[in-house]
Design a protein around this ligand. Structure first.
Ligand SMILES: Cc1cc2nc3c(=O)[nH]c(=O)nc-3n(C[C@H](O)[C@H](O)[C@H](O)COP(=O)(O)O)c2cc1C
Length: 365
């Protein structure tokens, strides 16, 4: 699997999720087996580039490459500028957000809303590809299956994007109108893959190794991209890659492994966000990690009362050390064929956005 000059370790990617896939989380996912990660979207609004939020998103210190930065906006010249700005700050791949219902970017709907206006979408793609080509930087595109059920234009946009020089296309199997409702469909991705010669990535509702393999074979896609199922479960990447390579289901992680990963994740998180914001924004990650563990819900309620990082880390450490007295490994979430167990799905059914406290975050920009 190759994006421009970059060979990727494996075809299992982390999806960009604003408010979730920040540098600490991406680094952890990569360490635990993800072949590739895209940053949270960065606005094309120049007046926001100096904001704390954008400068954190544009910070890639210590992240293993290739560094892929997603940009969002509705104006071709501004998007080209945003590509140049991020390339100057270390982006090695630029990803165009045409998949996320990004509101308030340039005071207009951006992201997947662009799929409604193919002429503008192509103008933006052309401008970014030209601005990036000067620096030898490949440009990729993330989109949905279309604007609405009666206007599924992923294929025509993907073909035009390929002709314009796009190096890889990711398709989330829902329309813009669907938001996160219903189930992702994979037929449109199969049609896009069959028509394109550049790599195509399948995304949407992939929550288990078995499902990843099924989606790859159903669509013929070159890679899968995992979003919500990785929240609090960054080891899903090694589980999927192991299953794709061997056909065997990896044992659940040891409680002590989860403790070490989570504590390291928290330390990285505080160092990026600082004490005040870090402690508050870490709560959702901790809740995701612990939601399906015995006593996890009670712990989450207690956790929200803690307001300093040392106490937060200590509480997590104590909780997992105590859990380790009754079990070595966290409870299995897959059966022997790699399918998500029903009881695990009821805790972490990633296809239901209402279960995701940060769903509203990606509307902020
Ligand atoms: C909290 C959250 C934030 C998201 N932010 C972005 C984003 O910044 N850019 C983007 O292209 N997609 C974004 N998405 C969409 C995901 O990348 C992905 O396409 C979608 O969640 C479907 O994949 P999944 O079923 O594996 O989660 C976001 C999704 C969530 C849940």
């Amino acid at each position: 699997m190759q994006i421009g000059p970059y060979a990727l370790a494996n075809p299992v990617f982390v999806a960009p999720m604003a408010g979730v896939t920040d540098r600490p989380f991406r680094q952890l996912c990569k360490r635990l087996g993800a072949g590739y990660a895209v940053s949270e979207m960065v606005t094309s609004r120049r007046d926001l580039w100096d904001s704390l939020k954008t400068s954190r998103r544009a910070n890639h210190e210590g992240e293993p490459g290739p560094i892929a930065v997603q940009i969002a906006g509705t104006d071709a010249a501004m998007m080209a500028d945003a590509a140049r700005y991020n390339i100057d700050r270390g982006a090695q791949i630029i990803d165009i957000n045409m998949g996320c219902p990004a509101k308030k970017v340039c005071n207009k709907w951006a992201g997947s809303a662009l799929m409604q206006d193919e002429t503008l979408a192509l103008e933006i793609i052309d401008a970014i590809v030209q601005a990036s080509a000067v620096h030898g930087v490949p440009v990729t595109l993330k989109m949905r299956t279309g604007w609405c059920q009666s206007h599924k234009n992923a294929l025509s946009i993907a073909l035009a994007a390929q002709s314009a020089g796009i190096a890889m296309v990711t398709v989330h199997g829902r329309t813009r109108e669907q938001g996160y409702r219903g189930q992702a469909e994979y037929e449109t991705m199969a049609a896009v893959k069959a028509a394109l010669h550049i790599p195509v990535v399948a995304n949407g509702d992939i929550t288990s190794p078995h499902q990843a393999r099924q989606v790859l074979s159903l669509t013929g896609a070159d890679a899968v991209m995992i979003g919500r199922a990785a929240q609090g479960r960054p080891w899903i990447f090694r589980e999927i890659t192991h299953f794709l390579e061997t056909g065997n289901v990896l044992a659940s992680p040891l409680v002590q492994e989860v403790r070490r990963w989570l504590v390291a994740h928290l330390q990285d998180h505080y160092s990026l966000y600082g004490e005040y914001t870090g402690v508050r924004s870490a709560r959702k990650h901790i809740a995701w990690y612990l939601r399906s563990l015995p006593g996890g819900e009670d712990f989450r309620r207690r956790l929200n009362l803690l307001s300093d990082s040392a106490a937060q880390v200590q509480a997590v450490d104590d909780f997992l050390n105590q859990l380790n007295q009754s079990m070595d490994r966290i409870p299995a979430v897959y059966d022997a064929s790699g399918r998500l167990l029903p009881e695990a799905a009821s805790h972490g059914n990633e296809s239901d956005p209402m279960r995701h406290p940060t769903m509203s975050l990606h509307h902020e920009q």
